[in-house]
Design a binder for this molecule. Structure first.
Ligand SMILES: C[S@@+](CC[C@H](N)C(=O)[O-])C[C@H]1O[C@@H](n2cnc3c(N)ncnc32)[C@H](O)[C@@H]1O
Length: 200
């Protein structure tokens, strides 16, 4: 099956069924993001055990995967994205001197093929564009006791950045969607423009 057909099919159920356009990848590298959504705060929520595996699901260009991997060289960070174009941009960053060595890019299916699971999953700005099929499948990537932190743009707050309100969820809607798909999900905290939910 062609990669793009696969994506379109897998997107059903999401609020914003358009796939992320790699032509807009530069936005993901805007350093302002690190101020309104600090990587340290995400690490504090994730609290990955020493030496554990952290999966950045829908990692894009790896902005956060790199920040987290740099702060925690003990972690094994897997940066997974369905678009090879995005992973190519991430790989370019990993080739630069000073890039953290503890990141492995992965396409969907590669973790299963390698028998890998994750203790923690960060899904950042991806819930609103993630279809029901991959969302249902995600818990299979969790190690026993593992869980997912869904962090996404909040439709319930005024934002000067991010997608239009009707493309994203308010926290109760996100919780409801996750619960309808069989997750146990609870609110973790709010950021100025994002909500964070803990789910497994
Ligand atoms: C808005 S970007 C966010 C990227 C990154 N998390 C960040 O915050 O910088 C969403 C990314 O999720 C990826 N994506 C969407 N659905 C996916 C899925 N089902 N499996 C893997 N990647 C997915 C897209 O290809 C895109 O690169």
């Amino acid at each position: 099956m062609a990669h793009h057909e696969h994506s379109a099919e897998d997107r059903a159920g999401s609020r914003q069924p358009q796939r992320f356009d790699p032509a807009r990848a530069a936005r993901l590298d805007d350093p302002a993001r690190l101020a309104y959504l600090p990587p340290d705060d995400l690490l504090a929520l994730l609290a990955p055990p020493h030496g554990s595996t952290l999966l950045d699901f829908g990692a894009g260009t790896g902005t956060y995967a790199i920040e987290l991997a740099r702060r925690r060289p003990d972690l094994r960070v897997i940066a997974l994205d369905e678009q090879p174009e995005m992973l190519a941009l991430l790989r370019q960053k990993l080739e630069a001197s000073g890039a953290p060595a503890n990141i492995t890019p992965a396409l969907p299916g590669e973790m299963e093929a390698r028998g890998q699971t994750a203790d923690r999953v960060l899904a950042l700005n991806v819930l609103h564009e993630m279809g029901d099929v991959p969302l249902r499948a995600l818990p299979r990537l969790l190690a026993p006791g593992g869980w997912v932190l869904f962090v996404d743009w909040n439709a319930a707050v005024e934002r000067p950045v991010g997608p239009p309100r009707d493309h994203v969820y308010a926290p109760p809607e996100a919780l409801e969607r996750l619960r309808a798909l069989g997750y146990h999900a609870v609110s973790a905290r709010d950021f100025p423009y994002h909500y964070a939910l803990r789910a497994s």
